[in-house]
Design a protein around this ligand. Sequence first.
Ligand code: C5P
Length: 299
Amino acid sequence: MRAPGKINVYLGVGAQHDDGYHTLATVFQAVSLYEDVYATPSDGFSLEVSGSVDVSDVPTDDRNLALRAAKLLAQTADVTEGVHLDIRKGVPVAGGMGGGSADAAAALVACDALWGTDLGPRGLHDLAVRLGADVPFALHGGTAVGTGRGDLLTPALARGRFDWVLVLSDQGLSTPAIYGRLDELRIHGDALADDATAVLEVPVALLQALRAGNAGELAPVMMNDLESAAVLDRPDLERALADGVQRGALAGLVSGSGPTIAFLCAGPEAARAVQEEMRATGREALHVHGPVPGARLLV
Ligand code: C5P
């Protein structure tokens, strides 16, 4: 199974609730950076992880979301068999692109096929919601508006393709820590952070730009409330954001909780040029496009 990483083209963060989660108004776009998960029958549950990105920080025990996904499905559907999961990662670890969520989505679909549990889209979606806020989107892919914790999805129309240059970081960021930092900024009335009580809504102009397939119109309305918190932790990101725009990107934003930066470009050629220029500054840069489908069969 193959499942994509994502960019949050828009990420409005509201108040925190008793369960620790924040209310979101977000727009996800699945991009052509993938997690491949191979599932083979086994007596127990086991996992190996490799990939084109640094995988040294990926847990292979029960903290791993893909393993938890397989076990949750087995438990829910009364399956007595096990599975061996072989994960090949292409999405940066702790990069704000939902790589772990993509693993979980791929593991759900893979085990559902392997065990013949046939839960269907609704059943798999319900399990995805229990695994994490970003897992349902990794199942569905494409472009979608997410509300609630980000798990209430409405597909968004997006014409054509959008070209992105991703600038990766060596060091990951912790998602809960970045949400916590944003809460602190807001409590202290820091001018960097937007007001949590502001209306949480995806701007109509952003949805129109997606529908029109118009990168030039999308660029000025992209926004991420978590960016101020991520930049506070990692001041180098601010420099990278400015560098990308100076080198021809239409706009850049921190992806999710970061530290990956996504630069929107006018088209494939412009993206290749920005990628080259960012590489020339010594940074790791990838050219991807979106939207792409959610978790699906690879072979
Ligand atoms: O659901 P997931 O495991 O991806 O979320 C990771 C963490 O991100 C949560 O534990 C929470 O701290 C934060 N989060 C949040 N509000 C959301 C989504 C995630 O506070 N809507």
